[in-house]
Design a binder for this molecule. Structure first.
Ligand SMILES: Cc1cc2nc3c(=O)[nH]c(=O)nc-3n(C[C@H](O)[C@H](O)[C@H](O)COP(=O)(O)OP(=O)(O)OC[C@H]3O[C@@H](n4cnc5c(N)ncnc54)[C@H](O)[C@@H]3O)c2cc1C
Length: 450
C-alpha cells in the first residue's frame, strides 16, 4: 500500500506524532505490532508508570491534548529518600510551587493519545502488524499480520518503533546508518506496592521514593489506584546482582537492604520470579533521515527511542520523544510538508540535544543510587537554590533546567550545568555557608552571562 504518511509504532511517540500531523491536515496511517490499547490483555510493555515533566507537557499542550491527559497525573514534588536505618528525608526537586513532575501510567497515557488520534483526527490504525524488514534503497517497510505480508511505501515514513527499532537495524544492516547500542550493566524489575488495608496509599504519594544503596537502588512512583509501582535496579552480575539474588534469597536481600519496603511488598517473591528483568541502554545512530535511490522525494525518519533511546534515570526518554514530536510539528508549520527540507532540519536541531540528555541521564544514575545519600549533595542543592533566588533566570540548577525549563534545550542545560557545577564546587570548598555563598555570588557574576 502507499500512504501519505506512515508511522511505524503506536507507542508514546507514534501516537502524539499522529495527532500533531493530523492536526496539520495530513493523512496518517499508524502500524503497530501489538494489539490495540483497549485489548483485554495489554501488550507486555516497558515500565508501568513514568514521570512526565515540563518538556512533555509543553508538547502535549502544543497538540491541544494536555487537558485530556491532566486527570491521569499525580504530582511528585521531590525525592523521598529512605535511609538504610529507616529514616526518611524529603529533597525537593525545585523551589517554586509549579516545579513538580508527574507520575502517569504508560498504558493509560498511550490509550488516551490513541483514542484522541483515532476519534478526533480520524487517524487510521493497523494493529498486529509487525514490521519485519525495511528496505533502505526503496524505503519500503514489510509488515507481517494474520493476513500475510504488506509492503508499505509512504511520502514520509516515520520510524517510531522504539529502542529495539527493526527499521534502524535494517538500515544498519543495509549499510545506510551507523548505530551503537550501549547496554548498561544494570537491569531492572518491577514490583507492586498495593494500597493498604484501608485502600489508601501505603507511602506518601507526593514524591518519588528512592532507597539508594550505592551500587543499586529501589524506587517507587504512585499510581491513581493508590498503589505504587516499585522498580528494583541491580547490576546483572556480581554479588548484589540479578545473577546472585535468586528468588529464594530475595526476601533476605530486601530485609538486609530495603527493610522498611519489605512489608509493603506482599507478593515480592512471586513477582520477582514472574516478572522479566528489563535491560537498559543508550542508542546513538546517524543519520536519522533517509532518501530512496533514485530520489523520488519520499523520506524516512527515525524518531523517539528508535533514534536516541536513553537510560531512564533522568525520567526524560518520553519527554525527549514528545519534544521531538513538537519540534517536527513546528518545522512543518513553518515550511509545510516539504520533507526534503524538514527532515534534515529536524535532525540538525535535535541531535546535539538528544546526545546531551543521553549523557545527563547516565550521570543521574550515580546521583540517584549514590550521591543523593551524601550530606554534601544536600549542601550543594541548598546553595544552588540560594543562587537561583539571588540570580533568577541566570543561575538555574541543572536538574531544574532539564525538568522545568523546556525553553532551555538539553545541550544548553548541560553546558550551563557544567559551569554551575564548577561554581558550586569552588564555593563549597571555601568552607562555612556564608563564605561559600559570597564566593559563589562572585563567581556567578563573572562566569554566567546576565
Ligand atoms: C524502566 C523504564 C522507565 C522509564 N521511565 C521514564 C520516565 O519516568 N520518564 C520518561 O520520560 N521516560 C521514561 N522511560 C523512557 C520511555 O519509556 C521511552 O523513552 C518512550 O517509551 C519512548 O517512546 P517511543 O514511542 O519512542 O517508543 P516505545 O514507547 O517503545 O513505543 C514503540 C512502539 O513501537 C511498536 N513496535 C516496536 N517494534 C515494532 C515493529 N517491528 N513493528 C511494529 N511496531 C513495532 C511497539 O509495540 C510500541 O508500541 C523509561 C523507560 C524505561 C525502560
Amino acid at each position: 500500500m502507499t500512504a501519505e504518511i506512515a508511522v511505524i509504532g503506536a507507542g508514546l511517540c507514534g501516537n502524539l506524532l499522529a495527532i500533531l500531523l493530523a492536526r496539520q491536515g495530513l493523512k496518517v496511517t499508524v502500524f503497530d505490532r501489538g494489539p490495540p490499547p483497549d485489548a483485554p490483555e495489554p501488550a507486555a510493555g516497558r515500565s508501568i508508570n513514568l514521570a512526565l515533566a515540563a518538556r512533555g507537557i509543553r508538547a502535549l499542550e502544543q497538540a491541544g491534548v494536555f487537558t485530556d491527559i491532566e486527570p491521569l497525573l499525580l504530582p511528585m514534588a521531590g525525592r523521598i529518600v529512605h535511609e538504610p536505618g529507616g529514616d526518611v528525608r524529603f529533597l525537593p526537586y525545585g523551589q517554586r510551587r509549579n516545579e513538580r513532575i508527574w507520575s502517569v501510567s504508560r498504558s493509560a497515557l498511550n490509550r488516551c493519545l490513541w483514542e484522541i488520534a483515532r476519534d478526533r483526527f480520524a487517524v487510521d490504525y493497523r494493529f498486529t502488524h509487525d514490521c519485519i524488514h525495511f528496505d533502505a534503497a526503496s524505503l519500503t517497510a514489510t509488515l507481517r499480520s494474520d493476513d500475510g505480508e504488506l509492503a508499505v511505501r509512504a511520502g514520509l515514513l516515520l520510524a517510531a518503533d522504539g529502542a529495539g527499532s527493526t527499521i534502524r537495524r535494517s538500515l544498519e544492516q543495509g549499510g545506510r546508518l551507523s548505530a551503537s547500542e550501549e547496554l548498561l550493566d544494570h537491569g531492572y524489575k518491577e514490583l507492586l506496592i498495593p494500597a493498604d488495608a484501608a485502600g489508601e496509599f501505603a507511602l506518601d504519594p507526593g514524591g518519588l521514593h528512592i532507597w539508594p544503596r550505592g551500587g543499586f537502588m529501589l524506587i517507587a512512583l504512585p499510581n491513581l489506584d493508590r498503589s505504587f509501582t516499585a522498580t528494583l535496579f541491580l547490576a546483572h552480575r556480581g554479588q548484589a546482582g540479578f545473577e546472585s539474588v535468586t528468588t529464594d534469597q530475595v526476601i533476605g536481600f530486601f530485609r538486609d537492604n530495603f527493610n522498611d519496603a519489605l512489608p509493603l511488598l506482599p507478593q515480592l517473591q512471586q513477582e520477582f520470579a514472574a516478572r522479566p528483568t528489563g535491560t537498559l541502554g543508550t542508542v546513538h545512530c546517524e543519520p536519522w533521515g533517509h532518501r530512496p535511490e533514485p530520489d523520488d522525494g519520499r523520506r524516512a525518519l527515525l524518531i523517539g527511542d528508535a533514534a536516541h533511546a536513553i537510560v531512564p534515570f533522568h525520567g526524560q526518554g518520553m519527554n525527549a520523544a514528545f519534544e521531538d514530536c513538537a519540534e517536527f510539528d513546528r518545522l512543518i508549520a513553518t515550511q509545510g510538508p516539504d520533507w526534503n527540507a524538514v527532515v534534515p532540519q529536524f535532525e540538525a536541531v535535535r541531535r546535539d540535544n538528544t546526545r546531551a540528555i543521553a549523557r545527563m541521564a547516565l550521570e543521574n544514575y550515580a546521583e540517584m543510587r549514590d550521591t543523593v545519600r551524601d550530606p554534601a549533595f544536600e549542601r550543594r542543592a541548598e546553595l544552588a537554590f540560594e543562587l537561583e533566588r539571588l540570580f533568577p533566570g541566570r543561575f538555574i540548577p541543572r536538574y531544574s533546567m532539564v525538568m522545568f525549563h523546556p525553553e532551555i534545550g538539553y545541550a544548553e542545560a548541560e553546558r550551563r550545568g557544567h559551569i554551575q557545577a564548577g561554581i558550586l564546587a569552588e564555593a563549597l570548598a571555601a568552607g562555612e555557608p556564608a563564605a561559600a555563598l559570597r564566593l559563589a555570588a562572585q563567581l556567578v557574576a563573572t562566569r554566567l552571562p546576565a
